[in-house]
Design a protein around this ligand. Structure first.
Ligand SMILES: CC(C)(COP(=O)(O)OP(=O)(O)OC[C@H]1O[C@@H](n2cnc3c(N)ncnc32)[C@H](O)[C@@H]1OP(=O)(O)O)[C@@H](O)C(=O)NCCC(=O)NCCS
Length: 163
């Protein structure tokens, strides 16, 4: 499936769709407050014929690194490459702008997300026991964005084949 990926500069045009996507994984996330943060960036992906996004990502730009705060794809659009295309595109974008690494935290039992991140090259760096309010552990994962043999080619080839 073809995906259109873009950074969202103005949230207004897709505000309600974005709220729904954010509620999937982060019911308490205040996207309007996030949008006010100078280091926060929203990215969206969707089908060519769909004005509303089916996947979104919220990232923070911190120093020369990138933190992935949230990623979600609406339930009826999963396993079509939306999140992978979105993350591949934004990671390549920030790598070209000189960001050195990307980080994230994910529930240790979230197989779908962990598999996605591993396929993008993220590696486990730490397990944080009882990190979430329900007691579940978090995995910290990291991806080196410094140009290295294969990384750019891998990310670029994903962009070419999946977008
Ligand atoms: C995790 C999530 C964002 C993946 O979105 P998606 O658009 O369905 O992902 P993609 O279609 O791009 O999948 C890319 C790859 O990730 C892996 N993957 C995705 N969903 C998976 C699943 N349910 N089980 C195992 N692997 C999975 C696969 O390797 C997949 O490639 P493949 O379909 O060719 O096998 C989605 O399941 C979601 O929104 N989950 C709820 C919110 C969430 O947990 N967000 C993560 C917060 S850290």
């Amino acid at each position: 499936m073809a995906h259109v990926v873009r950074e969202l500069v103005d949230l207004r045009s897709v505000h309600s769709a974005l709220l729904q996507l954010a509620r999937i994984n982060s019911p308490h996330l205040d996207i309007d407050a996030e949008a006010q943060l100078p280091h926060a960036r929203f990215w969206i992906a969707g089908g060519l014929d769909n004005p509303n996004p089916t996947s979104y990502a919220l990232v923070w730009l911190v120093g020369d690194e990138l933190e992935i705060i949230d990623v979600a794809t609406e339930a009826c659009a999963r396993r079509r490459g939306g999140a992978r295309t979105l993350l591949t595109t934004l990671l390549e974008h920030y790598r070209k702008l000189g960001r050195k690494a990307a980080f994230l935290e994910v529930r240790a039992g979230n197989v779908a997300a962990i598999t996605l991140y591993q396929h993008l090259g993220f590696e486990n760096t730490r397990r944080r026991r009882g990190y979430y309010s329900d007691g579940e552990d978090a995995l910290e994962m990291r991806l080196d964005l410094v140009p290295q043999p294969g990384l750019s080619e891998t990310l670029s080839s994903h962009c070419e084949t999946l977008t």
